[in-house]
Design a protein around this ligand. Structure first.
Ligand code: PMV
Length: 327
């Protein structure tokens, strides 16, 4: 069912331009580890929140040569971004396709551990679907998005999104679904510690972790349990449970990374200081929790009623209302 490329589907453009927007996403229960490198299948399930209007717009049109524009900058064929995107497109569409200009515009900083690649891959895929009028279903879209970036499939949907890892060797039981819960009071904020690109890509980091961390197996089992608990907590709109599960999940992932040989440390002293500050705020009755991805930036989770406290305490934080302006 899951062929790598769409031999049966059209490689002829159905219109002049294809376009799509997909939101970025932040995992509340993280994916860390691949059970199949070639198919980019995760070892554990994950659960994320899509970031509403923060994400990537992708535009596609036919051109003389393949071209990749990211935020207005032309990436030439010797750049890893170009190679990654077009190798992925060849894999999905096949090599006998028209040459394409892929133009992506993100309103989040790239490479800062804020999953801009997730929204970029899902938006490019959705724009291809539009351009070639494939009309493929969400299951197939999720499979193709995942081949580009593990967390990209989650950016195809809005709100809380569960990505089930599955365990079949061919990945046919990998799936995504959006939880029905809308939670307008649910807020996040990004506290930037360092906006530069991460020192170790998540691909390399996951390889190192699966191969060398003595607690990797425990992490995978724990991560799977976290997802089940998180779904229940969201269903009940139990914010305290959501925050506690998310924070512990992220710190367990970072602990697992630190157990690598050589150690994999994405956190910086300032990340730890922010975690400490979050704990102090909680002791003062302001309910806020933290999560971190493969980078030092801290993402805060809180409810609308705490927004002013967050603004006062983290003056440079970017506040995100994931359920704002989404239908
Ligand atoms: O999609 P990738 O391969 O960049 O991996 C994402 C890994 C984390 O952001 C750390 C966790 C997650 O589930 O998003």
């Amino acid at each position: 069912m899951h062929n790598d490329h769409l031999a049966s589907l059209s490689t002829q453009p159905a219109k002049d331009k294809g376009q799509a927007f997909c939101p970025s996403n932040i995992a509340l229960c993280k994916y860390w580890g691949k059970r199949d490198e070639a198919l980019n299948l995760p070892t554990n399930s994950s659960l994320s929140i899509s970031l509403g209007k923060l994400g990537t717009h992708a535009h596609i049109n036919e051109s003389k040569n393949d071209r990749l524009l990211i935020n207005g900058k032309n990436y030439l064929a010797d750049k890893k971004e170009y190679q990654r995107v077009f190798a992925w497109i060849d894999r999905i569409v096949g090599k006998h396709r028209p040459k394409l200009t892929i133009d992506t515009m993100s309103n989040i900083p790239t490479g800062a551990g804020v999953a801009s690649s997730a929204s970029a891959f899902s938006a490019i895929l959705s724009a291809l679907n539009d351009f070639f009028a494939w009309h493929i279903n969400i299951e197939q879209l999720a499979h193709f998005a995942r081949l580009g970036s593990g967390s990209a499939a989650r950016s195809l949907l809005k709100g809380f999104v569960y990505a089930k890892a599955g365990n079949r060797a061919d990945g046919t039981d990998f799936s995504i679904r959006a939880l029905p819960q809308q939670w307008s009071e649910f807020n996040m904020a990004i506290v930037y510690v360092d906006r530069s690109n991460k020192h170790t890509s998540s691909k390399e980091g996951m390889q190192l972790t699966t191969q060398t961390s003595p607690i990797f197996k425990g992490w995978s089992e724990f991560a799977e349990q976290s997802c089940g608990q998180m779904i229940q907590a969201i269903t009940e709109k139990n914010f305290t449970a959501v925050g506690r599960i998310a924070e512990r999940n992220a710190l367990t992932m970072h602990g697992t990374m630190m157990g690598c040989n050589p150690p994999l440390i994405y956190l910086l002293p300032q990340s730890l200081a922010i975690l400490q500050q979050v704990k102090v705020l909680r002791s003062q009755g302001i309910e806020v929790y933290a999560t971190l991805d493969a980078g030092p930036n801290v993402k805060l989770i809180f409810l609308e009623k705490s927004r002013q406290h967050i603004k006062d305490n983290f003056t440079h934080a970017e506040i995100i209302a994931p359920f704002e302006l989404t239908d």
